[in-house]
Design a protein around this ligand. Structure first.
Ligand code: ZN
Length: 263
């Protein structure tokens, strides 16, 4: 199976379409997994949700902006521009799509992955920004790998293991006595596979609709179950076109500007 992993689309339909076209060209749409924040910030929330719903094998967990847009989280929890964009979104969100978003789970287990927007221990709100927080989260999921979004920055946390007792050399004992040691953190490189091997991973594919790592190109990942790899891809999209739509919609100027520099 080849599957596209998307996160933080935020109502940016142009970015979403470019990412889906890129995934299609790589035969990576057997399934489409989304890590939340379909809407909020961007000018086409309804269109984004419908575009993804039209995919036969689309699954999604809820993000904090999804909940903010349907009133499940108070907009006071967001900064001023984000709150303004959420109020704008809430006024325009189709009733059936509000119900769809209200029914999204906060976590899912698919194949060998646990999916959540924020973190496995705090599905909707927590930002896993560094190894210390990743360490606290590795005990909160049972699968080998966890996929999260929310920070809008592609990142991999790798939990390395050591054998508890140096005298245990049979495979069974080694498996039973594995002890977590260090957390290695690295930024995945576009086009370079991350191997799904022995170590447990927490992986963030970055953001489709509002990247915040200094690169304005949309980000997503491809999971290949035969190769046992995750690969990050960056996809350019017409940023100016989205900025124009945001200006026409009356969305906060700062939110449109930041798309151009990916921050
Ligand atoms: Zn987000």
């Amino acid at each position: 199976m080849r599957c596209a992993i998307l996160s933080d689309i935020h109502g940016n339909l142009d970015a979403l379409r470019c990412v889906l076209a890129d995934a299609q060209a790589r035969n990576a749409t057997d399934q489409v997994w989304c890590l939340g924040d379909l809407i909020g910030y961007g000018p086409e929330p309804n269109e984004c949700v419908r575009e993804l719903q039209s995919h036969p094998n689309f699954v999604c967990v809820a993000g904090n902006h999804d909940w903010g847009a349907i009133g499940r989280l108070d907009t006071a929890e967001f900064n001023r521009d984000a709150a303004a964009a959420l109020s704008w979104t809430r006024e325009r969100l189709d009733g059936a799509l509000q119900q769809y978003i209200a029914g999204l789970p906060t976590t899912l287990v698919l194949e060998e992955f646990t999916l959540a927007h924020g973190s496995p221990r705090d599905h909707v709100r927590e930002y896993v920004t560094h190894a210390g927080l990743a360490r606290l989260n590795f005990d909160s999921f049972a699968t080998p790998y966890c996929l999260i979004g929310h920070t809008h920055q592609p990142l991999v946390f790798e939990q390395a293991f050591a054998v508890e007792s140096p005298g245990d050399h049979t495979p069974e004992l080694m498996g039973r006595s594995r002890r977590a040691t260090s957390i290695r953190t690295f930024v995945p490189v576009s086009g370079e596979p991350v191997a799904l091997a022995q170590d447990r991973l927490i992986v963030n594919p970055g953001s489709v609709g509002q990247p915040r790592d200094g690169n304005p190109d949309a980000a997503y990942m491809l999971f290949d179950s035969d190769e046992a790899t995750l690969v990050l891809y960056r996809v350019p999209y017409p940023v100016g076109q989205v900025q124009q739509k945001m200006a026409t919609a009356g969305l906060p100027v700062r939110l449109a500007k930041r798309l151009a520099y990916g921050w």
